[in-house]
Design a binder for this molecule. Structure first.
Ligand SMILES: [Zn+2]
Length: 286
């Protein structure tokens, strides 16, 4: 199999703090530095949330703007994906950074349970977020916490609410949502290929110790992989991950074992049908 694997690094998230792992990047400058190291290790998508100085989640567009500027300067060509997830704010504040035109943004298209609460994604908010992404040329990554979310993406694409082929990420191992289940995983792939075509790209993320399992499953099955401290702060039971880059290197090793080349940012942009920036050149990140 020679299909290159896109590695996404979810650097910060909205939950882990320095008390969980001192390597979690919190300030914008820490985020840029951590992403740069992960980019050099092989990640080509950065999935980012922003934080307040006290580490609580933020949805401040000004912080997102500073992050985007730093990432473009230090990681030229890397695909920038902002989170519109629900922990950092309510309602339309979740999409307040979309006018900054990041390459991508995460989009949850349905509700489900999270460990201690309901992850609320009401239909009117989902449609508003999707229409903002269309208006600003932001490619959504559909976060599938459930099978119905993949079918919802198809329905939205058919209505013209999503541009191009939806890029679906299967999220498994969130407590009270979809557990890590191989049959379901295989059926997710089957469903994406049935609805969006045999060659439709997809990726997968596992939470906590499930991160490694989902990386292995996705890479072996021809999908793309997500890693990073947002989803998991440990290398194994006894060791904290020293950095986002260390988790990326672990994914690169799985790619090697499966004869999957790691996608360059140019390949990742081609696979995801994203524009190739004219001011970023190969090697410019050195
Ligand atoms: Zn996230």
């Amino acid at each position: 199999m020679s299909n290159p694997c896109i590695i996404c690094v979810a650097i910060t998230g909205s939950l882990p703090t320095k008390a969980n792992n001192p390597a979690v990047p919190i300030t914008v400058s820490e985020q840029v530095e951590s992403t740069h190291e992960a980019f050099e290790a092989g990640a080509t998508i950065v999935h980012a949330h922003v934080r307040n100085d006290d580490q609580t989640p933020s949805s401040d567009p000004e912080k997102f703007a500073r992050l985007k500027e730093g990432l473009q300067k230090h990681c030229p060509g890397m695909i920038i994906q902002f989170s519109t997830g629900g922990r950092s704010g309510a309602g339309q504040t979740r999409g307040g950074m979309l006018p900054l035109r990041p390459d991508m943004a995460s989009l949850s298209v349905g509700s489900n349970n999270f460990p201690t609460r309901v992850y609320e994604n009401p239909p009117d908010l989902v449609e508003w977020l999707a229409s903002e992404m269309l208006a600003y040329g932001v490619k959504p990554e559909i976060e599938a916490f459930d099978l119905s979310h993949i079918l919802k993406a198809k329905e939205m694409a058919d209505r013209g609410l999503l541009a191009g082929t939806p890029y679906v990420q299967f999220v498994m191992g969130v407590k009270n949502a979809m557990p890590v289940d191989r049959d379901v995983f295989d059926y997710y792939i089957h469903t994406v290929q049935r609805l969006f075509g045999k060659d439709a790209p997809w990726c997968a993320a596992g939470i906590g110790q499930n991160q490694l399992t989902l990386n292995e499953w996705a890479i072996a099955a021809g999908g793309h992989a997500r890693t990073g401290l947002e989803d998991n702060v440990r290398l194994d039971r006894d060791r904290l991950a020293p950095s986002n880059a260390a988790l990326v290197r672990r994914v690169v090793e799985i790619c090697e074992r499966n004869s999957r080349p790691v996608a360059t940012w140019q390949e990742a942009r081609r696979i995801l049908v994203l524009p190739q920036p004219v001011d970023a050149h190969e090697g410019a990140a050195a």
